[in-house]
Design a protein around this ligand. Structure first.
Ligand SMILES: Cc1ncc(COP(=O)(O)O)c(C=O)c1O
Length: 366
C-alpha cells in the first residue's frame, strides 16, 4: 500500500476529518470488499453483505449511545437540512405550535421550513445577542401544548453547546446533534427524536441518522410522500429507495473506531482535554478572544477572534497556519475570526500543534 506523505491537521467544520484508521480500512476494502470481488460502491443495497453493513452500523450506534428499545434508528438521505422539513411534516399536531429554541444559523434554517409548514413560537432566542450565548433557564418559556420542542444541541457556527437540556415534560424534545453526536454521553430517553448528518462525527456526507421514539411514528400521516414519512422508512428499514450505501458503510467504520477508542465516555474525556487546551490558551492570551460566554462554550467548535490587527493580521494568521499544516481554521463568514472544529477524529496532538502555533504567533505579533 502507498504510504501517505502529506496529511494536515484538518480543523474544517464539516465535511470534517475522519479517523485515519477508518481511511486506511476504506482503502484496504475499496476494490474487493471482504472477498465479494466488488466494492461496497458497486453492491446492491438488497444483498446480504449490505444488509450486514446496515445492521452493524445500527447495532453499534444503539450500544454506543445506549439507545433504549422503544426507539427506531434510520439512515436517511437528504442531510440534516431535510429533517428541518421532515420533522414538522411528520410530528406537527394541528393547533399545537412548535416551540423553537433559536440559538443560531441552524435553528434559523429550521424556522424557515416551519414557516412554510406549521405554526411555531420562539420559546427562547439569543438572536439579539448575536448568539454569543444560549438562553438562560428563566428566559425559556415552553408551552405544555406544543407539538414538540426543536433545539440545536451544538451550534456549529457560533460555538455554543447545551450542557444540560431543558425539561420539556410530556412534549417531545427534538435534538439537532449534527455537530456533537457521539462526542459525549447523552440520555437518549430525554428526546423524542435525535438527528445528525454524518459528515462531522459520524462519517461522510450523504447520510443522516434519525433516532425516533416509536410512539411518535403514529403521528406520520399516510398522505405524506413515502420518502418523507418516518413510519414508512421504519417499515422499509431505511431501504425504501436505493440507500446511500457507501456513506452508511463509512458510518459503520467510524462507529467501530469509536468503540475501539473505549466508547463515548473515552471520546468525551479526550474531547474535554482538547477543548480545555484551546480555551485555557485563549483565556490566558492578550491576542485571542473567545466569542462565547464561558459556560456555553462548545467542545466541538472553538470560536475566537483577534483582539487587534484587524483583517490584515487575520490574513497573516491564516497563511501561517496553512504553512504549518493547520487547515480549515477560518471562521464562518457571519462571525468572522477563526473556528477550530475539533470533532471526535481530531487527535490531541493536532490540538497541541494548533496551540503551539497560536502561542508562537502571539509571541511574534502581540
Ligand atoms: C447543527 C447543524 N444542523 C444542520 C446542519 C445542516 O446539515 P446538512 O448540510 O447535512 O443538511 C449543519 C451543517 O453544518 C449543522 O452544523
Amino acid at each position: 500500500m502507498k504510504t501517505v506523505t502529506h496529511r494536515v491537521y484538518n480543523f474544517n467544520p464539516g465535511p470534517a476529518m475522519l479517523p485515519f484508521p477508518v481511511l486506511e480500512k476504506i482503502q484496504q476494502e475499496l476494490l474487493n470488499y471482504r472477498e465479494t470481488g466488488m466494492s461496497v460502491m458497486e453492491m446492491t443495497h438488497r444483498c446480504k453483505e449490505f444488509e450486514a453493513i446496515l445492521e452493524n452500523a445500527k447495532t453499534l450506534l444503539k450500544s454506543l449511545l445506549v439507545i433504549p428499545e422503544n426507539y427506531e434508528i434510520l439512515f436517511l438521505p437528504g442531510g440534516a437540512r431535510l429533517q428541518f422539513a421532515m420533522i414538522p411534516m411528520n410530528l406537527y399536531l394541528e393547533g399545537k405550535p412548535v416551540d423553537v429554541l433559536h440559538t443560531g444559523e441552524w435553528s434559523k434554517q429550521a424556522i424557515a421550513e416551519l414557516k412554510k409548514l406549521t405554526q411555531y413560537r420562539l420559546a427562547g432566542s439569543t438572536e439579539d445577542l448575536m448568539f454569543t450565548r444560549l438562553p438562560d433557564a428563566h428566559e425559556i418559556k415552553l408551552s405544555a401544548n406544543a407539538s414538540y420542542v426543536h433545539l440545536v444541541s451544538n451550534n456549529t457556527i457560533y460555538g455554543t453547546q447545551w450542557k444540560t437540556y431543558p425539561e420539556t415534560g410530556d412534549v417531545p424534545l427534538i435534538g439537532d446533534m449534527t455537530s456533537d453526536i457521539l462526542s459525549r454521553g447523552v440520555n437518549v430517553s430525554k428526546f423524542g427524536l435525535i438527528f445528525a448528518s454524518a459528515q462531522k462525527n459520524l462519517g461522510i456526507a450523504g447520510v443522516t441518522i434519525v433516532i425516533i421514539r416509536k410512539d411518535l411514528l403514529g403521528r406520520s400521516k399516510e398522505n405524506l410522500p413515502v420518502m418523507l414519512n418516518y413510519a414508512e422508512q421504519v417499515k422499509g428499514n431505511s431501504l425504501v429507495n436505493t440507500a446511500p450505501t457507501f456513506p452508511i458503510y463509512v458510518s459503520g467504520l467510524v462507529l467501530e473506531w469509536v468503540r475501539d477508542q473505549g466508547g463515548v465516555a473515552a471520546i468525551q474525556k479526550a474531547n474535554e482535554e482538547k477543548a480545555g487546551i484551546l480555551y485555557d490558551l485563549i483565556d490566558a492570551s492578550s491576542l485571542y478572544q473567545g466569542t462565547v460566554r464561558k459556560q456555553d462554550r462548545s467542545m466541538m467548535n472553538v470560536v475566537f477572534v483577534l483582539r487587534k490587527g484587524g483583517e490584515d493580521l487575520e490574513k497573516i494568521f491564516d497563511k501561517e497556519a496553512s504553512k504549518n499544516g493547520l487547515a480549515g481554521l477560518k471562521g464562518h463568514r457571519s462571525v468572522g475570526g477563526f473556528r477550530a472544529s475539533i470533532y471526535n477524529a481530531m487527535l490531541v496532538e493536532g490540538v497541541k500543534a494548533l496551540a503551539d502555533f497560536m502561542k508562537d504567533f502571539e509571541r511574534k505579533h502581540a
